[in-house]
Ligand binder design. Structure first.
Ligand code: GDP
Ligand code: IMO
Ligand code: MG
Length: 434
């Protein structure tokens, strides 16, 4: 019996979607708590590959309640498009999906602002250009529009007119913002709103009532620890609270109702977009990881930057999320490599840093100090029990646990649901997963 947060421990794309889909069978509901359709969570069920951007990955499990919390930002046309795709796959949306009324909207002007800022920025972030940053900026500036506001159309139109006028007043004359017509945005948004208005709820009430009734909730994080707006590699971050703490503010479920945090880590590291990445490999090994791991963005299709595992960054993720245990994904991608490296510390000029630095300027100068481990050079693809894992691979996993000081409870050996090993660790036993 447990309510558990699933959080990315790196720069996103750790395989959170696959892990949530796999373990969601043991939970009654799955709630997204932050981010928007900048996320791309891939779930493979049989021959079907589904990429979810907004809807929680639990939707593919029959009868699971899926909730978008107030911390999520919603692009309405993107949401209705995703729902129609799911319906085409015979996934039941009606009755299963709930949307928190207080979730803010991503509106057309947010996307234009994001795109135009990225184009001219001296220091571009490499965003997904989905309007995420400007939508959260408006939320913090208290001029955002919440999805529940659309129940009062005339007030919504008023707010839209004011917001568009304010943004146009500040925009350079060549900006596409000047082409926006509030009435046209209004009617487009209302059309999409009508398709989902029956799903709107007070997410905090729904979730807390389920918990009162003894039901178990899985909280699905988007992005990853190092992309968190407060704790990540600022300014090269997203604009939401991707770490475990965000699950509380992003859903209205308080910390004492949560029983644990599962960190998802890839067996190597990837990053999309700009920003420092100490263990990045710009050589043929990086290329091999990208090819074997299919490391191309699930949202933008951009090639992901690839590199070795970074235990300094992982220990930071363990600390700031107070992780209970880890799920390690994409172990199979490392199968053919003769030697594996784990970054144990950073060399920063004449200093050795064991703690992850919070300053981007420091991080970008850090040189990784590696420990080398022999590869196993055997296939682990699709293995479902630890007994089937080669000895040298088990030695790698044991070493990782020692370095990180935390159990690895779940091992993913392929993209499919059942290509997974659940170990009988105390944490998984406590959560009722084994
Ligand atoms: P998320 O954003 O954290 O949900 O991760 P993404 O879906 O963006 O990226 C993870 C990718 O790795 C997806 O294409 C998954 O299908 C795939 N994947 C997940 N786990 C494994 C695994 O254990 N092995 C392999 N080979 N692929 C995996
Ligand atoms: P999932 O949930 C990986 C990155 C972008 C960019 C930065 C800011 O699939 O793990 P944004 O559009 O959010 O303002 O971009 O964050 N980014 C992600 N990288 N996985 C994601 O989501 C990401 N969502 C945003 O590439 O560097
Ligand atoms: Mg992703």
């Amino acid at each position: 019996m447990a309510n558990v947060i699933v959080v990315g421990t790196q720069w996103g794309d750790e395989g959170k979607g696959k892990i949530v889909d796999t373990i969601s069978e043991s939970f009654e509901a799955v709630a997204r708590y932050q981010g928007g359709n900048n996320a791309g969570h891939t779930v493979v069920v049989g021959n079907e590959m589904v990429i979810l951007h907004l809807v929680p990955s639990g939707i593919l499990r029959k009868g699971k309640i899926c909730i978008l919390g107030n911390g999520v930002v919603v692009d309405l046309p993107a949401l209705t498009h995703e729902l129609n795709q799911l319906r085409r796959l015979d996934v039941k949306v009606e009755g299963n999906l709930h949307i928190g009324k207080n979730a803010h909207l991503v509106l057309p002007y947010h996307k234009i602002l994001d795109q135009e800022r990225e184009k001219v920025a001296v220091r571009p972030i490499g965003t997904t250009r989905r309007g995420i940053g400007p939508a959260y900026a408006d939320k913090a500036a208290r001029v955002g529009i919440r999805i529940g506001d659309l129940f009062n159309p005339s007030l919504f139109l008023d707010h839209l007119r004011t917001n568009v006028a304010e943004k146009q007043a500040r925009a350079p004359k060549e900006s596409a913002l000047h082409t926006l017509d509030p009435e046209a945005i209004f009617s487009e948004q209302m059309t999409h709103f009508r398709e989902v208005q029956a799903f709107l709820v007070d997410a905090s009430v729904v979730l807390n009532t389920m918990i009162d009734d003894g039901k178990k909730i899985l909280f699905e994080g988007a992005q990853g620890t190092l992309l968190d707006v407060d704790l990540g590699t600022y300014p090269y971050v997203t604009s939401s609270s991707a770490t475990a703490g965000g699950a509380c503010t992003g859903t209205g479920v308080g910390p004492t109702r949560i029983d644990g945090v599962l960190g998802v880590m890839k067996a190597y590291t990837t990053r999309v977009g700009e920003g420092p990445f100490p263990t990045e490999l710009k050589d043929s090994t990086g290329e091999e990881l990208r090819n074997r791991g299919g490391e191309y963005g699930a949202t933008t299709g951009r090639p992901r930057r690839c590199g070795w595992l970074d235990a300094v960054a992982l220990r930071f993720a363990i600390r700031v999320n107070a992780l209970s245990t880890l799920a390690l994904t994409k172990l199979d991608v490392l199968d053919p490599l003769p030697v594996l490296k784990i970054c144990r510390a950073y060399r920063f000029w004449d200093q050795t840093l064991e703690e992850f630095p919070n300053e981007t300027d420091v991080l970008k100068e850090c040189q990784p100090m590696y420990e080398e481990i022999e590869g196993w050079k055997e296939s682990t693809l699709g293995r479902t029990s630890i007994a089937e894992i080669p000895k040298k691979c088990r030695a790698f996993l044991d070493r990782l646990e020692t370095i990180l000081g935390i159990d690895i409870s779940i091992i993913s050996t392929g993209p499919e649901r059942d290509q997974t090993i659940l170990l009988p660790t105390p944490t998984l036993k406590q959560w009722g997963l084994v």
